[in-house]
Design a protein around this ligand. Structure first.
Ligand code: FAD
Length: 441
């Protein structure tokens, strides 16, 4: 607690999720002391800070962002934005990544977040402690180090908080599935995390594994430089027209002694490049083991409402759900967390929260959802958002968000090659909502 009896909250990471967390904490200064946002790089924006280098920064830490040079967004700006802060009017619906970074900087200006961010500061450890006067008898020791003079010269300090919001992102630690014989592959083996631009692949043969949004986007980029691409994936066959020079294949199952790739149906191919667009691992290296948060098969558990460990409900892991509309999702989760901490939503007991989590997971499994897909909310995200708003007693997202997001999804599937040229001209309809939401506490 602060000397004035206000709750002190630490936020780990100044990407979109951490900024959104800080914006909402600052809107309730009657309850919260100004948050401390720890950011290990020199910039806000996380994923949206394009870095031409691959590998490590000068200080030896691995590059965080997986952004590539020519990426433009795959969600129209009309619903990609935080609901209380629209993108600039003059921009098209699908914007280049530099515009998203600018947008996040403008968000920091508008909600006066800059002074609360400690740059070049890495959170090393987060541990729960029992206290007499804290929130539910619990507090958190956060150990961080100033890395501005390099990792070797780092100085650590420990501070105590009533709650911690973990917003460290989950698109930076590449996941590479285990494929027998992979070490035999003779060409270049790489993950999309290290992809920056198409030119180096001109006229090369590329086997690209994974047909998620990044896989499809990279297939298009590679096609534009006349690469010959085999898009290998385990989903249903894509039906829309594919970019020139791109063909589909089932998943690669092994690499033969001579480096040839073999696919599930027995087909074989050689390639200059084997490019993994297979997603990322969740990592929380700073989190004390006793908190019991585990990651297995791409599921982070146990987390009540995909947010907090039942036994330590003042720790919040924000933004781990996948296949969602991220910024509005962070907006809803942040408001829910505030309603938990200010008591608007009285938390159930630890046992009830554990049971809620287990029943939710069991229901998803019963519907045939594999463990690794449980966090992919997809169209269920809207019911999830609404559920949190109802529990937390705050204004839900207007149906506008789900309608436009879902129609874009259908349009994108049908017009993979051209959907980003479409302009949604619905800003006026949204303006009154934004005004309402900005005034909302
Ligand atoms: P991040 O942006 O990853 O931010 C996490 C921050 O935490 C970073 O700044 C990092 O430096 C910091 N951090 C990590 N560990 C520590 C530590 N120990 N101590 C201190 N700081 C730490 N979303 C969309 O809405 N539209 C799109 O078109 C879109 N395209 C995408 C394309 C690609 C290639 C990728 C990878 C993602 C895309 N996304 C898109 C999803 C995007 O990641 C989210 O929109 C959002 O930026 C995630 O924000 P975040 O804050 O959760 O994580």
């Amino acid at each position: 607690m602060s000397p004035l009896g206000k709750l002190r909250v630490a936020v780990i990471g100044a990407g979109a999720a951490g900024l959104c967390a800080a914006r909402h904490l600052l809107s309730r200064q009657d309850i919260f002391a100004p948050p401390v946002v720890y950011e290990l790089t020199k910039h806000i924006g996380g994923t949206w800070v394009y870095e031409e280098r691959v590998g490590s920064y000068d200080n030896g830490l691995p590059i965080h962002s997986s952004m590539y040079r020519d990426l433009s967004t795959n969600i129209p700006k009309e619903v990609m934005s935080f609901p209380d802060f629209p993108f600039a009017k003059h921009l098209p619906s699908f914007v280049h990544h530099t515009e998203v970074r600018k947008y996040l900087e403008q968000y920091c200006d508008h909600f006066r977040l800059w002074d609360h961010i400690q740059f070049d500061t890495m959170v090393d450890a987060v541990s729960p402690i029992k206290v007499k006067n804290g929130w539910k008898g619990l507090a958190w020791d956060v150990t961080s180090s100033d890395i501005s003079d390099g990792l070797d010269r780092r100085k650590s300090i420990k501070e105590t908080f009533d709650a911690v919001m973990v917003c460290n992102g989950h698109f930076y630690d590449p996941y590479i599935p285990s494929i027998p014989g992979l070490d035999k592959f003779k060409g270049v083996l790489m993950h999309s995390h290290e992809y920056r631009s198409a030119e180096p692949f001109s006229r090369k043969s590329v086997v690209l594994l994974g047909a998620g949004l990044s896989g499809l986007d990279l297939a298009m980029e590679l096609s534009s430089v006349n690469a010959k691409v085999i898009l290998s994936h385990g989903q249903n066959r894509l039906t829309g027209p594919l970019p020139a020079g791109v063909e589909q294949a089932c998943p690669v199952t092994r690499v033969l002694e001579d480096g040839t790739l073999e696919f599930q149906d027995g087909r074989q191919a050689t390639a200059d490049v084997f490019l993994f667009c297979t997603g990322y691992n969740f990592t929380f290296p700073f989190l004390d083991e006793q908190v019991g948060v585990q990651v297995k098969d791409h599921l982070v558990f146990p987390l009540y409402k995909f947010l907090m460990p039942p036994a330590y409900p003042s720790l919040f892991v924000v933004g781990i759900c996948r296949a969602i509309c991220p910024f509005p999702h962070f907006h809803v989760q942040s408001q829910f967390i505030i309603s938990v901490l200010n008591g608007t939503f009285p938390l159930p007991s630890c046992e009830e929260m554990e049971k809620d989590f287990e029943m939710d997971i069991a229901a998803r499994r019963a519907r045939g959802v594999a463990t690794r897909h449980i966090l992919k909310l997809d169209s269920e995200q809207w019911a999830y958002n609404e559920h949190l708003a109802k529990l937390g007693g705050f204004q839900p997202l207007p149906p506008y968000w789900s309608n436009l997001y879902e129609s874009n999804k259908v349009f994108r599937a049908r017009h993979m090659l051209s959907y980003k040229t479409y302009n949604y001209t619905v800003l006026n309809e949204k303006e009154w909502m934004v005004q309402n939401l900005q005034g909302q506490q």
